[in-house]
Write a protein that binds this ligand. Structure first.
Ligand code: NAX
Length: 328
């Protein structure tokens, strides 16, 4: 039988993970013939709730689930992990500025980065969901000097999926017809969903959708503000769609990206498109099916797009300043 993959997941008693863990255990993440060991990490006060989640997972009798570890000890939680999915964090509270949120979460990711560095498997790959996810990934990456930088990613796949769904609805086509939907920059309201390079049924999205004022205006702001719109409508933040996007993010990291498509992943910048090297910045990427990826080169960016890329880069540089002391 194939060796089980160890998947460490933080925030395991939280909302996103309540939609995520069952899908991982059922084979949606790694395929229907790959056994999995879940290493579920929580803070001490949430351990009892985590026991309840684990009882439900057990009650599903998933054939692929070989073992489950529940812990509030990071070293144990990341021990031998092949995948580290960093979902847990401190949520934004009323009256908190973005800088306060960044400061409150920073130390969590120095600790998790170090524990990954010291305990995870040699092939570990990390995906950060907890906000501010780009900067949290940057902190974790700096705290894990023995893990290659390119293994640290942050999730902008939910933004890609949201953008695809908006374009499909506007064009009156199936969502599968929308491809090359790049998301650039920060997972925040400065992100840039680049419709200029997106395709619908193989044609440029700007040819299929003639309402360019909508593309430049409402489309961008709808994608940027979608998280807030979900909170307003549902009374709590995106959970199942975020879990689904994380499944997409990790599964496609290990899948050869078709030639006519690419995906959005926030990855360490190598200076492509003039983005400051080292920032965790969302680019269009293509994956090689073996856990490697490359930033897609040669994408044409007009002045409108270049300006948007700069705005979101500036925000990431500001966030980096706020946590400069944690980037050892
Ligand atoms: P919840 O508040 O429901 O759950 C978070 C869980 O994390 C809690 O159970 C908490 O005990 C745990 N936790 C807190 N600190 C921890 C630590 N140091 N180690 C381990 N666990 C810890 O939040 P949920 O709705 O699940 O959202 C989780 C994170 O995802 C939030 O930071 C949220 O902002 C972020 N999101 C990111 C998205 C993205 O696209 N990148 C979209 C959805 C979501 O907003």
């Amino acid at each position: 039988m194939t060796k089980p993959v160890r998947v460490a997941v933080t925030g395991a008693a939280g909302s996103i993970d309540y939609s995520l863990l069952f899908r991982i255990a059922s084979g949606d993440l790694l395929g229907k013939d790959t056994p999995v060991i879940l290493q579920l990490i929580e803070i001490t006060p949430a351990m009892q709730a985590l026991e309840g989640v684990a009882m439900e997972i057990n009650d599903c009798a998933f054939p692929l689930l070989q073992d489950m570890i529940l812990t509030d000890d990071l070293n144990k939680g990341f021990d031998g992990a092949n995948l580290a999915l960093l979902v847990g964090g401190m949520p934004r509270k009323a009256g908190m500025e973005r800088a306060d949120l960044i400061r409150a979460n920073g130390p969590i990711f120095t600790g998790q980065g170090k524990a990954i560095n010291d305990n995870a498997a040699d092939d570990v790959r990390v995906a950060v969901v907890a906000n501010p996810c780009n900067t949290n990934a940057l902190i974790a990456m700096h705290s894990a000097p023995d893990v290659p930088n390119e293994r640290f990613t942050a999730m902008t796949r939910l933004d890609e999926n949201r953008a695809k769904s908006q374009l499909a609805a506007k064009a009156g086509v199936a969502v599968a017809d929308v491809k090359k939907m790049g998301i650039w920059g920060n997972h925040s309201n400065t992100m840039y969903p680049d419709f200029f390079n997106a395709t619908i049924g193989g044609k440029p999205a700007t040819e299929v959708i003639s309402d360019h004022a909508w593309l430049k205006g409402d489309f961008i702001s709808t994608v940027q503000q979608r998280g807030a719109a979900i909170i307003k409508a549902r009374g709590s933040s995106s959970a199942a769609s975020a879990a689904n996007a994380l499944i997409d993010h990790v599964r496609d990291w290990f899948t050869v990206t078709p030639e006519d498509d690419f995906h959005a992943m926030a990855v360490p910048s190598d200076g492509s498109y003039g983005v400051q090297e080292g920032l965790i910045y969302s680019f269009p990427v293509r994956c090689d099916g073996k856990g490697g990826y490359e930033i897609v080169q040669g994408i044409e960016l007009n002045d409108f797009s270049k300006e948007k890329l700069k705005v979101t880069e500036a925000q990431l540089l500001e966030e980096r300043e706020v946590v400069a002391d944690l980037l050892t």
